[in-house]
Design a protein around this ligand. Structure first.
Ligand code: PBG
Length: 326
């Protein structure tokens, strides 16, 4: 053996951490929070242990718990009091996210990202406005450009209520341009946008759809979310969002798409985010409950892998748990 062929020298205690290429910090994490207009008290989400639907009155307390672990950022998802075809509660001044944003803005220093989508607000559960004949035709159901007008209005409403960042997640073409110009027209030129730039049509969103009550009533999202088969297409999708003014570029899900995270890191000079989604969280919990995995270890390893692939920040339900270990 040649004397240089001993990489184990660098794996001893003491040196190991010094030469670590990647590390985790609480400031890497954004923790999703579900605020529920129909709840009077916190309701546990069965498929996402440790997460709950929280009433507006409980949002400040919930965010304080997260901040106690060192994580300063949260992402808000709303469950409205009622749903209709156009998702009219999404941009209502007294909507559930708007009320939560005002409370958080007034009472905390947390950094609050508002997820912007219509699927939690429409009675059909799709991320936009449907064609008139959509109920009978599951093909090409969502009207792209009419939906952009809705997103623009929701973005203004969230910004006016005090959001620190807007994260459009509906995968309509042109959504970043629509949201950017709506924010600028409303005096919010300095408010950043984190684009769900490469968001795949994934089975890993299952638990979230229970949590936020946003499963499509018919059909699926394959006409707007990306095909899991495609890697090169992500470059085009992300490039469009970057050109339209996205300040940060998000890939979702995270673990099954680390090749895409690495590509976006390599190909774009913007912060890269990855969303470690509900299914990635639920499956580790399920295995740990059986005693098959050490939850703390695999949670940490998952987030470390996402960073190693190139993410600067991670939206993750594990945020509090892992931050508490660091
Ligand atoms: C809304 C949205 C979804 C998720 C985040 N924003 C659901 C979906 O697209 O079906 C999923 C997040 C998760 O699974 O943790 N469009």
């Amino acid at each position: 053996m040649h004397p240089t062929d001993r990489p184990r020298r660098l794996r001893a205690d003491g040196i190991r951490d010094l030469v670590a290429e990647t590390s985790l910090a609480p400031s890497d994490f954004v923790v999703p929070v579900f605020v529920d207009a129909t709840a009077d008290e916190r309701v546990p989400i069965e498929s996402m242990p440790g997460h709950e639907r929280v009433p507006v009155d409980g949002i400040v307390e919930r965010v304080a718990e997260i901040r106690a672990t060192g994580v300063e950022s949260v992402m808000l998802f709303g469950i409205p009091d009622s749903k209709d075809a156009t998702g009219s509660r999404a941009d209502a001044d007294d909507g559930v996210v708007q009320r939560a944003l005002r409370r958080l803005d007034a009472e905390t220093d947390a950094y609050v990202v508002a997820d912007l989508c219509l699927c939690e607000y429409t009675d059909h559960g799709h991320c936009g406005i449907l064609e008139a004949d959509a109920q009978t035709d599951a093909q090409l159901t969502v009207r792209n450009d009419a939906t952009l007008d809705r997103y623009a209005s929701i973005a203004q409403s969230y910004a006016d209520a005090g959001a620190d960042m807007i994260a459009p997640s509906g995968m309509m073409d042109g959504q970043i341009e629509a949201v950017r110009s709506a924010l600028d027209a409303d005096g919010h030129e300095t408010l950043p946008i984190m684009a769900y730039a490469a968001k795949y049509e994934s089975g890993f969103y299952g638990p979230f759809r229970d949590a936020a009550d946003g499963a499509p009533a018919f059909g699926d999202r394959r006409h707007y979310q990306m095909d899991p088969a495609n890697r090169r297409e992500a470059h085009r999708e992300v490039g469009l969002d970057a050109r339209q003014g996205a300040d940060a570029l998000l890939v979702k899900p995270a673990l099954p798409y680390l090749d895409v995270v690495a590509d976006v890191r390599e190909g774009f000079d913007r912060p890269v985010a990855a969303y470690n989604v509900s299914g990635e969280y639920a499956m580790l919990h399920a295995a740990a409950e059986q005693g098959w995995l050490d939850l703390d270890a695999v949670a940490r390893e998952s987030l470390l892998s996402i960073k190693r692939a190139g993410a600067d920040l991670i939206v993750t339900y594990f945020g509090e748990r892992v931050a508490a270990q660091l």
